[in-house]
Design a protein around this ligand. Structure first.
Ligand code: ZN
Length: 610
């Protein structure tokens, strides 16, 4: 995780900003039991379901599921990124940002980032000036021919990189920047010792982040030269998977009702030119969870407006899930005949585009439509397949009226009677429930291990992992001891693995692990709420030490079981390959026998695990 501030400082700032004090400055909190409750600031509600837990220094909303520590709260409400939230809270308590020598390494990093951004800013101004100079005439004409006004060109700071090898380099070195720094900013290329400008004879799109910092550049040719588009290489400050082109301008419009995500720079600029100031684009990469979270910070309502061609539609399907995962309400703007937003605006005009926005398809509708495009309904078999897949999509629609609308539509498309479609959905639903039930029964039968099991949905070993993580929050000593006891044992759940790695790192840095600090390192929203759920729950036990041993035992048992399963698979494979008389086969069978025996006898000593 790239951070501009030292961990100890972050921890200090978190420690002195008592979470209920901070939150009380935004909403009214009233004590109820051990926690405090208030009206959630992240969703609208009439009865308080937003709880603050002063012991663990975390908050959680039972209504919308938002939760986190004091930093995520400030990030959400003040619309700040992590580093700025830390600075905000440091400022709240009147403490200075780290400047003592012990932060030297990080300070270098901050200074270096600042230097690269300064260089980029100077370069952007240079390119922009060139656009309006005689040598930029062709480029300017090109932009005008695409319908861009001077105001739009200025708003985006568009520029022109001259058709020469060293002008940008010379301009910047004369400003006092070192050649090496220009190279690090990605502005020059070194070919066998010859250093020259990366961008030549191209229209330049400065890539500016939501805090108005110039992080890199995109360059586009005006003829048929290749590559058509060229971006700055990734640098210390330029990270493609977390920057959205146009976001700096989109968020200057208040209030922000929604954001439109498009495929390219030109789409963003064309929309802006037509008065749609809320468009953003990722930089030629697929939409990532980072992008989604960045947008979600400003508004949950996102429109996807990717090109109408096959590639655009495939990207739409992928992005839908990413955005949903970040808690966004997503709708899809559909363009006729493979058009893109720029085409639609230029050929049909602004009003037409507004209509397309109004008619944007909600998630389910789009998914059903997209699914339809993959099937040939004249083929009976494919029709059944389509209806079954569609029923699976409709499972997720909770509102019965809404579900009915889709069922009626499905009926029209497929000809299957609505009653039949309803029955299909119920069938799938029941099957899913039964599978859940089966897991529950298995869970209950294993109750003999001494681990109490409040939510029987998870397997016992997963529960043991969760409980161990909770127990590690009892203090440094417990955390260290449990880590030592785990030794060769590996957690099964990937989030749990991540949490335990964080705990190990915190301990190594001399920081006592606690839920609020751990949350600093969990960037994914879904994962964060999973971690919050772990730490919010109390565990019941009679004797801590015995309980820890029970959990470890359970992990050992489950590891043996997994090993047994693996062995069985290998044996089966050899069997199928006709090698059941090989030495390897006999060895595996012997191992399996021993493993099964150990599992049965409940002898879970480490040395006995093969
Ligand atoms: Zn809420």
């Amino acid at each position: 995780m790239s951070r501009f501030l030292p961990e100890e400082f972050i921890e200090e700032v978190r420690g002195i900003n008592e979470i209920s004090d901070v939150i009380s400055e935004y909403i009214h909190l009233e004590p109820k039991g051990k926690n405090l409750f208030g009206l959630c600031p992240f969703h609208s509600e009439k009865t308080p379901s937003f709880s603050v837990d002063p012991t663990r220094q975390i908050y959680h909303c039972f209504g919308c599921g938002q939760g986190g520590n004091v930093f995520t709260f400030i990030m959400g409400l003040e619309k700040l990124d992590f580093v700025d939230a830390v600075k905000f809270l440091a400022d709240r308590k009147g403490i200075d940002l780290p400047s003592s020598p012990r932060w030297a390494g990080n300070e270098d990093f901050v200074e270096r980032s600042q230097l690269l951004m300064d260089i980029n800013r100077e370069a952007a101004l240079f390119y922009h000036d060139r656009l309006f100079s005689p040598e930029g005439e062709g480029a300017l004409n090109y932009l005008r021919s695409r319908g861009l006004s001077k105001a739009t060109i200025k708003a985006f700071g568009l520029g022109y990189a001259p058709d020469a090898w060293e002008v940008t380099k010379n301009f910047l070195t004369e400003k006092g920047f070192k050649e090496q720094d220009l190279a690090d900013a990605g502005l020059t290329v070194d070919r066998n010792g010859r250093v020259y400008d990366r961008f030549r004879n191209r229209i330049i799109y400065p890539i500016i982040d939501h805090r108005d910092r110039v992080l890199g550049f995109g360059g586009r040719v005006m003829d048929d030269a290749i590559p058509k588009y060229m971006n700055s290489p990734e640098s210390q400050v330029f990270k493609k998977n977390s920057i959205l082109f146009g976001l700096n301008l989109a968020i200057k419009q208040r209030p922000i009702h929604s954001l439109i995500i498009v495929e390219g720079y030109m789409d963003v600029i064309a929309l802006y030119q037509s008065g749609f100031y809320n468009a953003v684009a990722s930089l030629g990469t697929a939409l990532t969870a980072n992008h989604a979270k960045l947008m979600r910070r400003y508004t949950p309502d996102i429109f996807i407006a990717y090109d109408g061609d096959t590639a655009g539609q495939a990207a739409t399907v992928r992005s839908l899930d990413v955005l949903r995962g970040a808690g966004c309400n997503v709708k899809v703007i559909r363009f006729p005949n493979g058009m893109d937003p720029d085409d639609a605006l230029r050929s049909q005009g602004t009003e037409y585009f507004s209509k397309l926005i109004q008619k944007a398809a909600p998630l389910i509708e789009f998914k059903l439509e997209h699914l339809l495009s993959e099937y040939d309904l004249d083929d009976q078999e494919q029709k059944v397949d389509y209806a079954t897949k569609a029923a699976n999509i409709l499972l997720k629609v909770e509102n019965p009226l809404e579900r009915d609308v889709y069922i009626q539509r499905l009926n029209k498309i497929t000809g299957f009677k609505p009653e039949l479609l309803y029955r299909l959905i119920t069938q799938i639903e029941n099957r899913t429930k039964q599978q859940g039930l089966k897991r529950k029964i298995i869970g209950n039968n294993r109750h003999t291990m001494g681990i109490k099991h409040p939510s029987s949905k998870v397997s016992l070993s997963i529960k043991a992992e969760e409980d161990l993580l909770r127990l590690m929050m009892m203090g440094k000593k417990y955390a260290t001891d449990i880590l030592a006891m785990l030794e060769d044992l590996e957690f099964e759940d990937s989030t749990h693995v991540k949490v335990i790695t964080i705990i190990r790192d915190l301990l190594a840095g001399g920081i006592e692990p606690n839920p609020a600090s751990i949350l600093n390192y969990i960037e994914d929203d879904q994962e964060r709420s999973k971690v919050l759920d772990i730490f919010r729950l109390e565990i019941e036990y009679d004797n801590v030490d015995r309980y820890i041993l029970d959990c470890i035992k359970e992990l050992r048992r489950s590891q043996l079981e997994r090993q047994g399963r693996d062995l069985k698979e290998q044996i089966l494979r050899l069997n199928n390959a006709g090698s059941s008389d090989s030495d390897e086969y006999m060895e595996l069978v012997e191992k399996l026998r021993a493993t099964t025996l150990k599992t049965k006898l409940g002898r879970f000593g480490k040395e006995e695990v093969m």
